[in-house]
Design a protein around this ligand. Structure first.
Ligand SMILES: [Zn+2]
Length: 124
């Protein structure tokens, strides 16, 4: 296992991508999420592309259906998953590292929320 500084140096992990997109510059991801992402990046040994990380509650509430989003709790992240090889490789790790995983064709939604049913992988 590598530490986060090593992952950042290698470009496998870009912490800024976890910041809120509204321009508020907030990044309040939980320690649990950060350690799970670090573990994922070190297992993959290649770039984890984070599409959405933390979203501040003020910004999150502007989107319909995001009232209960883990993005504003700092427990959820969306990562870009493109290509069959990459998808197969990362699937093995996300399902063992994250307790709640949602798979879509290009995005995997990963969550460390403990108030949701655990060890769930669903496809939407
Ligand atoms: Zn914001």
């Amino acid at each position: 296992m590598y530490d986060i500084e090593y992952l950042i140096d290698r470009g496998w992990f870009i912490p800024d991508t976890l910041k809120c997109d509204c321009g508020c510059d907030r990044q309040e991801c939980t320690k649990e999420l950060m350690s799970s992402l670090t573990e994922l990046a070190s297992c993959m040994e290649e770039r984890i592309t984070i599409v959405t990380g933390f979203i501040c509650p003020e910004y999150c509430d502007r989107f319909p259906g995001y009232a209960d989003s883990g993005h504003k709790l700092g427990t959820d992240v969306d990562i870009l998953v493109v290509g069959q090889y990459y998808r197969h490789k990362i699937l093995k790790y996300v399902t063992t590292i994250f307790p709640v995983v949602t798979l879509t064709p290009r995005i995997f939604h990963l969550s460390v929320r403990s108030d949701w049913p655990q060890n769930i992988c669903h496809i939407s």
